[in-house]
Ligand binder design. Structure first.
Ligand code: ZN
Length: 226
């Protein structure tokens, strides 16, 4: 109800309001900022999030404060590789621990969780412009890669993410969650990953090899010379 009131104040209809002022689109940057600031203190700080109250939060709420909310930028920053001519992923189209005609799989080094893999199309596409044939392959590959990661001893889950605010070339993240470390459940995993010491490289390398070999058997493709 509170959100509905805010929306009405911002000149938008409330849910179920079919009057002519109802505009079916997301809040503008300024409307979104005003909506968020209405919940912030006089220093533009929002209250601590519900997630910091979870008992798996990596941060104790005591002494923690939220960053000041900054006004929206007029123009979004360009991502790396918006122009395919200087896209670093396109430059590395032949590199990876596994490849096929359309896709490549790489391992991300210097992480805290047991294994982080990344799947990229070899040609320059983002998620929203992926042709349907490649989108079908992405679905199947995502399931196979997650299955092979979760089959590794002492790994319980493969979390899959597509974010895409840094690089314009599609890249899917696979984060392996270690077994038993119950504080690392769920969406805090990427923050814990940043806090944890670097995982032993040779162990991650062996697990990455095993996942790539399993993918070769289950899906096809090739393992490039290393
Ligand atoms: Zn590219």
């Amino acid at each position: 109800m509170r959100v509905g009131l805010h929306l009405a104040e911002l000149g938008r209809g409330t849910p179920g309001d079919h009057s002519s002022k109802f505009v079916s689109m997301a809040l503008t940057p300024q409307q979104f900022y005003a909506h968020a600031l209405a919940a912030a203190d006089d220093q533009h700080r929002l209250p601590l999030s519900r997630m910091t109250g979870w008992d798996i939060s990596p941060f104790e709420a005591d002494g923690l404060r939220v960053s000041r909310l900054r006004p929206p930028q007029e123009k979004e920053s360009p991502r790396q590789g918006e122009d395919p001519n200087d896209c670093r992923s396109c430059e590395r189209r032949d590199e990876g621990i596994w490849l096929d005609e359309h896709w490549r799989l790489t391992r991300i080094e210097r992480v805290g969780v047991p294994l982080v893999l990344m799947l990229h199309p070899r040609d320059h596409h983002d998620l929203a412009d992926l042709p349907d044939a490649l989108a079908s392959e992405l679905g199947v590959l995502t399931c196979h890669i997650a299955r092979h990661i979760e089959a590794r001893p002492n790994i319980s889950r493969a979390h899959v993410y597509r974010i895409g605010d840094g690089g314009a070339h599609l890249h899917m993240w696979f984060f392996a969650r270690p077994s038993g470390q119950a504080q690392l459940y769920g969406s805090w995993l990427v923050v814990w990953d940043d806090l944890l010491p670097e995982y032993p490289d040779e162990v991650a390398d062996e697990d990455a090899d095993a996942v790539a070999d399993a993918l070769l058997r289950s899906y096809g493709g090739q393992r490039p010379e290393r």
